[in-house]
Design a protein around this ligand. Structure first.
Ligand SMILES: N[C@@H](CCC(=O)N[C@@H](CS)C(=O)NCC(=O)O)C(=O)O
Length: 231
């Protein structure tokens, strides 16, 4: 693998894991070629894409001979290559493990629950979705994040890391439906994240597109919009 080769990111920016990668690319000003894969047209099932990523998901990053098919690994790889100061992916072992712990939380707990909810809306239409069930699952995840912030400014310590980028895009998606009122530390952290240029430039438009798509397919309206969140 040559790190001089330009990375290629296969993306659909309605996807929260994609938006985390886009935020990092903005933050580190990485020169990346972007190739759109329209999830709602089923382009992830195309033969060529499946050969690259049999999980038929976005994001996928191709960097030289390396093919990475999970946003968390992509974040780590790009930080290893381009975050020379080690701010977002700390050089200190314990701090790094803390970041990794939160990335796994996002992957296996928060995103999974968000994805279960969104998939239910797409499959069944909103009118048939057990919203109370999903609200319980997702507010439990809010509670976990509220405790992560008990002694820390950010999700994995006192500085912005990959953990915050990974979590915030999914959180912003869940927040379209379930507000953060009962979670003051999480609300404060989210408001701070919304001020980042990388958030404004790499999360807002994909989030808005997702909202439109979900409302159209699910035949309903989310109670919250990003504009309302920022008030
Ligand atoms: N753990 C993966 C999850 C990726 C994922 O599930 N992406 C969804 C969009 S949010 C997707 O591509 N779904 C299309 C499909 O499964 O066919 C990551 O973080 O990259």
């Amino acid at each position: 693998m040559s790190s001089e080769t330009k990375p290629i990111l296969y993306y659909d920016d309605r996807s929260p894991p994609v938006r985390s990668c886009l935020m990092l690319i903005k933050l580190l000003d990485i020169d990346v070629e972007l190739r759109f894969v329209d999830l709602f047209k089923g382009e992830q099932f195309g033969k060529e894409y499946l050969a690259l990523n049999p999980q038929h998901s976005v994001p996928t990053l191709v960097h030289g001979d390396l093919v990475l098919t999970d946003s968390h690994v992509i974040l780590i790889h790009l930080a290893e290559k381009y975050d020379m100061k080690g701010n977002l992916w700390p050089k200190d072992y314990e701090k790094r493990m803390q970041v990794l712990n939160r990335l796994f939380f996002e992957c296996s707990f928060l995103f999974r629950r968000d994805s279960d909810f969104m998939s239910a809306i797409v499959r069944q239409g909103f009118a048939h979705v057990d919203v109370v069930h999903h609200e319980r699952k997702l507010t439990e995840a809010y509670g976990a994040m509220e405790s992560y912030l008990e002694n820390n400014e950010y999700m994995a310590g006192e500085q912005l890391t990959l953990a915050d980028l990974s979590i915030v895009t999914t959180l912003s998606t869940v927040n379209l439906m379930f507000p953060l009122m009962r979670f003051p530390r999480l609300q404060r952290w989210f408001t701070a994240m919304q001020q980042l240029d990388a958030y404004k430039e790499a999360n807002c438009s994909g989030l808005e597109k997702l909202r439109h798509t979900m409302e159209h397919i699910g035949k309903f309206q989310f109670p919250t919009t990003e504009a309302k969140v920022e008030e």
